[in-house]
Design a protein around this ligand. Structure first.
Ligand code: ADP
Length: 468
């Protein structure tokens, strides 16, 4: 039976949260590692460039110190080609800032950074990053003063290094994306695996809550916490099943034992009614006792019938049954009652299905559903009984235009003696749906209900279609 069972917190399921956690964890670790690696690589490159610049600067300073200006000019010419190199430059400035000698700077097209020449002490070195007019390019420039007061400035373009770092960023982002996807997938798979055990316990608990007390969960045998939960759950289910069986047995015994005294009381009341003066108080009282005894006997018989049906398939008188005939006969049986109340009772048969079942019990179950539909639908309403096939199930649905059932009543509807608050003024004993469900279960089927206040109710008897 599937009532409007609620699943609190399913939207924020643990599996989803674990998946998000893994994805976040992988994302943070990967981007943290990536950023750290990027900075390490970048500072390593700058360090290499700085050392290169320092070597060049020292070489030039050395030549200046030796006073060999021609060698210096040759050195500059060798490091920067004719027409200017865009990779490297060097120049020598006098103490007043005038350029004394320098490599061809045409390719650089840059105003080199202002150097506080006055403030530079001999031997002091200043590194600076310079943006070139071509916005994407940068240069690293080293400025140093020699003992003679001259300033030697060497620079190296960073465009190759920057291109390398851009590649690094590009691939880094790709790897981050890959790791995030991997983290999400791995997280999802791990969370699903971890939660599979919990889900099977939940499913079994739901089935037990629906009345399938013999359901158990398979123990995986891994000795995990889930295994422990499963075996504890199974023990609990076993206990509940035993208690329920004992309670039922006691109920059945009581019902059984009540039959004989009740028959005797009825017999006595009947003979009192016969012997009392017609129309006297005694005759009326005896008549009422007979009526009450009949009601009680009917209730006891229904209880015993439920007990029989709950004992399972072995007690059924199974035979091929034509479901369309079953439905037509049941509708015919109630046609008169429906007409009296001005209720349009109709029957719709999609296909003439066959069943393997206990005809008498199935008739009884269907009659209970139609009886309820008529009982709870106000005069002038509609009741439709339909037969259809749904996969491997034959389904008989009884739909009414009645007042509907409040959602909070749905979980208890099939319990023995349960009667809805709003139905107490109508005749009944709260056993009709219990019997219908017990019959459905004995046949390997079930009953489900869809209902809402003001929307009518549909009770669907779903039975397995015979194989072949
Ligand atoms: P009874 O009809 O004797 O009270 P049942 O076991 O047949 O007992 O039904 C249990 C309760 O389910 C009813 O008391 C009623 O509240 C509710 N019910 C059953 N069928 C319908 C229906 N078709 N429309 C509205 N309520 C229904």
């Amino acid at each position: 039976m599937s009532s409007a069972a609620e699943h609190p917190g399913r939207g924020r399921s643990i599996a989803l949260r674990l998946t998000l956690f893994y994805a976040l964890f992988f994302g943070i670790v990967t981007s943290g590692g990536g950023i750290l690696l990027y900075h390490l690589v970048r500072s390593h490159i700058i360090e290499e460039i700085d050392q290169d610049l320092l070597r060049q600067q020292q070489e030039i300073a050395h030549i200046i110190a030796s006073g060999d200006i021609r060698a210096l000019a040759a050195e500059l010419a060798s490091t920067a080609n004719e027409g200017g190199s865009s990779d490297y430059f060097a120049r020598i400035l006098a103490a007043d800032g005038r350029v004394e000698l320098g490599s061809d700077l045409r390719a650089w097209r840059v105003a080199l950074p202002g150097i506080p020449l006055g403030g530079l002490r001999p031997g002091e070195l200043v590194y600076a990053d310079v943006a070139l007019p071509d916005a994407r390019r940068q240069a690293r420039v080293l400025t140093g003063a020699t003992e003679s007061g001259r300033v030697v400035q060497v620079g190296l373009s960073l465009s190759d290094s920057m291109a390398f770092l851009r590649h690094f960023e590009h691939y880094g982002l790709l790897i981050l994306f890959f790791m995030l996807s991997l983290g999400t997938l791995a997280g999802w798979a791990l969370a699903r695996k971890a939660m599979a055990g919990v889900e099977s316990v939940t499913r079994a608990a739901e089935r037990i809550a629906d009345g399938h007390f013999s359901d158990r969960v398979k123990v995986a045998g891994e000795g995990s916490e889930i295994d422990h939960l499963v075996s504890t759950f199974n023990r609990m289910a076993e206990h509940v099943q035993n208690v329920m069986a004992e309670m039922r047995q006691v109920n059945d015994h009581i019902a059984h034992d009540l039959r004989s005294p009740l028959t005797r009381i009825r017999g006595l009341a009947e003979s009192a009614a016969i012997h009392a003066a017609p129309g006297s108080d005694g005759a009326e009282l005896a008549g009422s006792i007979v009526e009450e005894c009949d009601r009680l006997a009917q209730m006891i018989n229904t209880m015993l019938e439920i007990a029989e049906a709950e004992a399972g398939v072995q007690r059924l008188a199974l035979a091929p049954v034509r479901a369309d005939e079953l439905v037509r006969q049941a509708v015919d049986l109630f046609a008169g009652m429906a007409e009296d109340r001005g209720i349009a009772l109709s029957c719709s048969i999609a296909s003439p299905e066959r069943l393997n079942g206990d005809r008498r019990r199935l008739q009884r179950a269907l009659a209970n559903l139609i009886d309820n539909a008529l009982k709870y639908t106000p005069d002038g309403g509609r009741v439709e009984v339909s037969l259809s096939r749904n996969g491997d199930r034959v389904e008989i649905a009884v739909r009414d235009s009645g007042p509907g059932i409040p959602p909070e009543e749905l979980p208890n509807l099939f319990d023995r003696f349960y009667r809805g608050d709003r139905s107490r003024h109508l005749p009944g004993n709260g056993l009709g749906l219990s019997l219908a469900r017990a019959v459905a279960h004995a046949h390997g089927g079930d009953i489900r209900v869809e209902s809402g206040i003001g929307a009518g109710s549909t009770f669907t008897l779903s039975l397995p279609a015979p194989a072949g």
